[in-house]
Structure formats: structure tokens, C-alpha cells
Design a protein around this ligand. Sequence first.
Ligand code: CMP
Length: 148
Amino acid sequence: MEKTLLIVKPDGVVRGLIGEVISRVERKGLKIVALKMMKLSKEKAEELYSVHKGKPFFQELIEHITSAPIVAMILEGENAIQIVRNMIGATDPSKANPGTIRGDYALTITKNVVHAADSKENAEREIKVIFGTEKPIEYKRTDENWLY
Ligand code: CMP
């Protein structure tokens, strides 16, 4: 089953939105197979966002993501990557539709509450950066027969 990485960013954690984000993914039917709160080091943050190195917003991005704890989770489900991207909405909250996490809870592009992997390759790479060799936990949701 497809896996993706979703991160509640420091602004989301400090604003008390961890539960709101988790609640949405749970209700959608996605399975949380790993969950971790951590404070990212500058090195880890730069590894996570290596694709943005050299861009004008890189430093601000690294400063923000290391400014307070994050909550990272691995989510599993059919088409999980695209589904989670749809749920978080456009990167710029001023363009994110209402009903999406950024559309409902954010105002600015740096403090946009959540991050999610945008491709299979990035999901695998980002999961490794955050969770290392830690294995996702296998279990069944009680509603799986009604989701698939
Ligand atoms: P995220 O999905 O975490 O991926 C990279 C982040 O860089 C993005 O969300 C934004 O929070 C941040 N960012 C800041 N400025 C920009 C920008 N101009 N374009 C894209 N991302 C930006």
C-alpha cells in the first residue's frame, strides 16, 4: 500500500493544530503507521528540504522548520500521496481552497501549517530523513473492509 510523509510544521504545533490535522487524516480513512514529535536540527532540515536548496526562500524555510517541534507521520492508503496533497491544499494559503488544511488554517506561505511529500521518490527519501531505519507499524483499522 502507498505510503506518504505528512508533517505538522512548528506553526501548526505551537498553534494547537496537531489534533486537527491528525483527526482529518484519520477520518479520511488513511492509516497512521508511524508518528513522531521532534525538533529538527539544521542539518536534518536542510536534508529534508534539499530540493529547495539555493532558492530565495530556503533560509527562511529552514529557520521556520527548526524554530519549534514538528509532528511527523507516515500515512498509508491507496493513492495516499495525491490524496494527502489534495487535503493540504496549495502551498500558498492565499491560493488554497477552503476545506483544505492550508485553506482553513493558514495565511502565509512559510507558516503554512503542514508539509507533505509530492511524489513517490520524495516520500521515500523524506521518510528516511525523518524516521531513519524505524519501521512503520503494521495493524488493521476496523473499517478497512468499508474503505477498500
Ligand atoms: P512545503 O510544502 O513545506 O515545501 C517547501 C516550503 O517552502 C513550502 O511548503 C513553503 O512553506 C516554503 N516556501 C516559502 N516561500 C516559498 C515560495 N515562494 N514558493 C514555494 N515554497 C515556499
